[in-house]
Design a protein around this ligand. Structure first.
Ligand SMILES: [Fe+2]
Length: 245
């Protein structure tokens, strides 16, 4: 699987920092998916399937950055849906050693990985693999924010919090992208991904490894008042997460 992925990526310019980051992200997400599936006590077959979904989940990102020089979905395409199209409608999946009986499940999990919530998954296995890839992807997003990508999209207003964001966060819900208008909103949306982790082991990793650093990573990006507010919200979020462990 990994050899086939390496071969796929060799068609792209690894000197491009964004291509390289996506390559590294993909491998870490696949490893995290493998780890989560293993900790859940799944069979070898299911563990390998989780790993496969991890390898394939962002496969459209390479073309996205090559053609559009951005990872933003809104002006380009939904990268989860596009990955599924590339693999299963355009036949890219044939380059990977994958059991064709699993195509439908893999497609669904990939389409679900970046949705606001899991959709169209009815069977237990479909839901489980959608959950695994969503947790693995979010844990690596936390890694990226605390280790690599500076959180600084410029398009947001510099201060304040939007009403819907405040409400969602206070209710322990994910922030909807469409409500994000300010830098504080954006910071809270990112931290709020933790509300959507499904497995206790993922929540534990978030709290012990990422929470404090993630909150602090936004300090240079916010004014003093907003950063204080962010810390207050973040502390409540952490309390909420600890209470469900
Ligand atoms: Fe993704």
């Amino acid at each position: 699987m990994i050899e086939q992925f390496d071969k796929f990526v060799s068609g792209y310019d690894m000197n491009n920092i964004w291509i390289k980051r996506k390559f590294d992200h993909t491998k870490r997400v696949a490893d995290l998916s493998y780890k989560i599936a293993t900790e859940l006590g799944l069979s070898e077959n299911e563990i390998n399937l989780a790993y496969t979904i991890g390898i394939l989940h962002d496969i459209s990102r390479f073309e996205q950055v090559k053609v559009y020089q951005t990872f933003m979905d809104s002006p380009t395409f939904n990268h989860g849906i596009e990955a599924a199209k590339l693999l299963f409608d355009k036949g890219l999946i044939k380059n990977f050693d994958v059991d064709s009986r699993e195509y439908a499940l893999i497609r669904l999990a990939i389409e679900n990985h970046n949705r606001y919530q899991i959709e169209f998954a009815k069977e237990e296995r479909e839901i489980l693999h959608s959950k695994i890839i969503r947790d693995a992807d979010k844990l690596d997003i936390f890694y990226l924010f605390t280790h690599e990508t500076a959180p600084s999209p410029d398009e947001f207003k510099s201060s304040g919090i939007s009403k819907n964001v405040a409400t969602h966060i206070s209710e322990g819900k994910l922030v909807d992208n469409r409500d994000v208008k300010t830098r504080l909103d954006y910071s809270l949306k990112t931290i709020g991904f933790a509300y959507d982790l499904y497995f206790k082991s993922s929540i534990e990793v978030y709290l012990t490894v990422y929470h404090a650093d993630l909150v602090n990573s936004f300090e240079p990006y916010l004014n003093k008042k907003d950063f204080r507010l962010l810390k207050e919200y973040a502390e409540k979020m952490a309390e909420h997460l600890r209470s469900i462990l």
